[in-house]
Design a binder for this molecule. Structure first.
Ligand code: HEM
Length: 579
């Protein structure tokens, strides 16, 4: 055979292989008998979302309604067939009952090349089990009580900052201030260091933390390459995390370890627990610290049953865990505080009721104690309702790790991607009548299992759930006690969701021109503005298929000092409120 003939044969074989693969992919759902949303090759069914022409949550929500009334339906995420689970009962199976078939999230990661990707959220299989079992004791309610003292100090500073910087009646950006607060909490509880991020958006930690979520053109291009072709991404030896973020996180972790080891300094924080893990191979849990709820008990058992160390607990791996606590911990909690103040400003009767509860229990306990927080039932419902309307993680991914047969007999092969459309289920009138209304009372009744999961569920449920709930509740109780939230005074003050925010939250409200100037020079801002249009969150008419529910109106939140409460700090009885 001549060289030319060999080349032609080689090219033909590769072309035939590609055609075979594409045909197989194109017929994926037809072969399984699953209804699906038609794709545009190779961009998939959610082409607008992939190309950042629309908020991803909007695209997923549209597909959710397109697939009505099927319990499961398909779509293509770029070229990857993905199954959307639309039925709460099936969602619960995927999360919990049949977890053994859906252990991983299926998000590509390569900790060898990118050490920051070796964290819990991205780890798979045995490595995830090992790490989760080792880390679970970090957030027992016993350990949380110790961290509570640190949280309280941060809330004191937060309130003092607002009192000082918010002139009476002036609109403020609650998102920015909440970020400063939650970054301070997590760095204080994780690293044991005060970083003075409250009221200081230029603090080093805040700047780096924000960089993780504010995607640049390069990071978006890398993400798209990785989604369409993970092998090409690896072949090109690309890295998702910017080097400067990796250097920053690793330096902070190494310095913290070094400081503790050389000075013998000890503190009840996450770094100390990770050091314990590194030195002794496990985190000590006192009998009284164990919790009955969630899946913690299973995790304790798992942590004892795991004898073989499947991963080496080196600084890189531990640094990655600190990184995920920082990243997963600050954005989710700050956006919940922000959205909650927004919703309470729109629903003054709920705000009054929540404040009345806070003041009543404060009078009973004399201080904002850990025990007091547990009794704040109505405030908890307000928090649940906020997380229903604005889940920081609007959809969850899983991958089928073992062939699985649904109750209707449909069998999906190993490797199939799964999407749990949390946001859509939270807004589906079948499970939450009048879904766009803020009604905390709905949580007084049992909720359909599987229809509500802002923290996920099953063994992979958010590990920081308890930490987050305590932090948000404490902050909100203190804020309600001191301030009244009112809608922003100008119509221009709308929450704008930035299409370019990547990561798993997709929910970051930010001032568009602000973030544009951060990612590009002013000269380029208007050009970019034309290219990447702003989007006002996924609140289109699709979230209410009947079209009868009024759409949300956005405005920023204006906390106004309640002078009467301010003048009598130790007099906790209900007080008249002056606007
Ligand atoms: C309002 C606050 C928060 C929300 C709504 C939230 C939500 C979530 C969700 C939905 C998941 C995925 C669960 C699943 O796939 O089933 C998750 C995972 C995770 N979260 Fe959170 N989270 C919050 C706060 C936190 C905090 C404060 C931390 C750490 C201090 C944290 C650390 C993590 C980690 C490490 C994972 C991965 C767990 C694993 O795969 O084993 N989160 N979170």
């Amino acid at each position: 055979m001549t060289f030319i003939e060999l080349t032609v044969l080689g090219v033909s074989l590769i072309a035939a292989y590609i055609v075979y693969k594409l045909t197989k992919l194109a017929n994926f759902f037809d072969n399984l008998g699953i209804p699906y949303v038609k794709p545009i090759w190779p961009f998939g069914s959610d082409v607008k979302g992939l190309l950042m022409r629309e908020h991803t949550t909007s695209t997923v929500s549209k597909m959710y309604y397109e697939l009505e009334p099927h319990k499961i339906g398909g779509y293509y995420l770029a070229v990857r067939p993905t199954i959307m689970i639309r039925d709460p009962e099936l969602v619960h199976k995927v999360y919990a009952t049949d977890f053994g078939h859906f252990v991983d999230r299926g998000i590509p990661s390569n900790p060898k090349r990118d050490p920051l990707e070796g964290h819990l959220f991205l780890l798979n299989g045995a490595k995830w089990r090992f790490m989760r079992a080792k880390l679970s004791p970090i957030f027992t309610s016993g350990k949380l009580k110790f961290m509570y003292a640190e949280m309280k100090k941060c809330v004191d500073t937060f309130i003092a900052h607002l009192e000082k910087t918010v002139p009476f009646g002036k609109d403020i950006d609650m998102k920015e201030d909440s970020v400063g607060f939650t970054v301070e909490v997590i760095s204080s509880c994780a690293f044991g260091i005060e970083i003075n991020s409250i009221g200081n958006p230029n603090s080093e930690f805040v700047v780096y933390a924000n960089k993780v979520f504010n995607a640049t053109t390069t990071t978006i291009l890398k993400l798209i390459t990785r989604m369409i072709s993970p092998w090409l991404f690896d072949l090109l030896r690309l890295k998702q995390s910017p080097q400067e973020i990796e250097d920053f996180v690793m330096k902070v972790v190494k310095d913290s370890f070094h400081h503790r080891l050389t000075t013998g300094y000890s503190r009840n924080d996450i770094i100390q627990l990770l050091l314990q893990l590194k030195e002794k191979g496990s985190v000590e849990v006192e009998e009284h610290e164990k919790d009955e709820d969630d899946h913690q008990e299973t995790m304790y058992q798992m942590s004892h049953s795991i004898e073989k160390e499947v991963v080496e607990l080196d600084d890189g791996l531990l640094g990655a865990q600190v990184f995920v606590f920082l990243v997963a911990g600050f954005e989710t909690t700050s956006s919940t505080i922000y959205h909650m103040t927004y919703l309470l400003s729109q629903n003054q009767d709920c705000q009054d009721k929540a404040r009345e509860e806070v003041n009543r229990l404060l009078a009973k306990h004399g201080d904002f104690t850990y025990e007091m927080l547990r009794e704040l039932t109505y405030l908890s419902h307000c928090m649940d309702e906020t997380l229903r309307l604005f889940p920081p993680v609007p959809f969850m991914f899983r991958v089928c790790t073992k062939e699985y047969t649904f109750p209707d007999g449909t069998t999906i092969p190993k490797g199939t991607a799964i999407n749990i459309p949390v946001y859509c289920l939270h807004h589906d009138p079948k499970y939450f009548p009048e879904p766009e209304k803020f009604k905390p009372e709905r949580f007084e009744q049992p909720i359909t299992r599987g229809a509500y999961s802002p923290f996920g569920d099953g063994p992979r449920i958010c590990i920081g759930k308890r930490f987050a709930l305590v932090e948000i509740k404490l902050a909100m109780a203190r804020l309600l006690h001191t301030f009244r939230f009112l809608p922003g005074s100008t119509k221009k003050d709308k929450i704008i969701y930035h299409i370019r925010n990547t990561g798993w939250h997709h929910w970051r409200p930010c001032n568009y021109s602000h973030s544009l100037t951060r990612i590009a020079s002013k000269k380029w801002a208007s050009r970019l503005r034309r290219t990447f249009r702003t989007h006002r969150g996924p609140f289109d008419s699709f979230s209410d298929p009947t079209g009868s529910v009024p759409l949300c109106h956005f405005s920023t939140v204006r906390p106004v000092q309640e002078r009467s409460i301010r003048t009598g700090r130790n007099n906790f009885g209900p007080k008249p409120i002056f606007h």
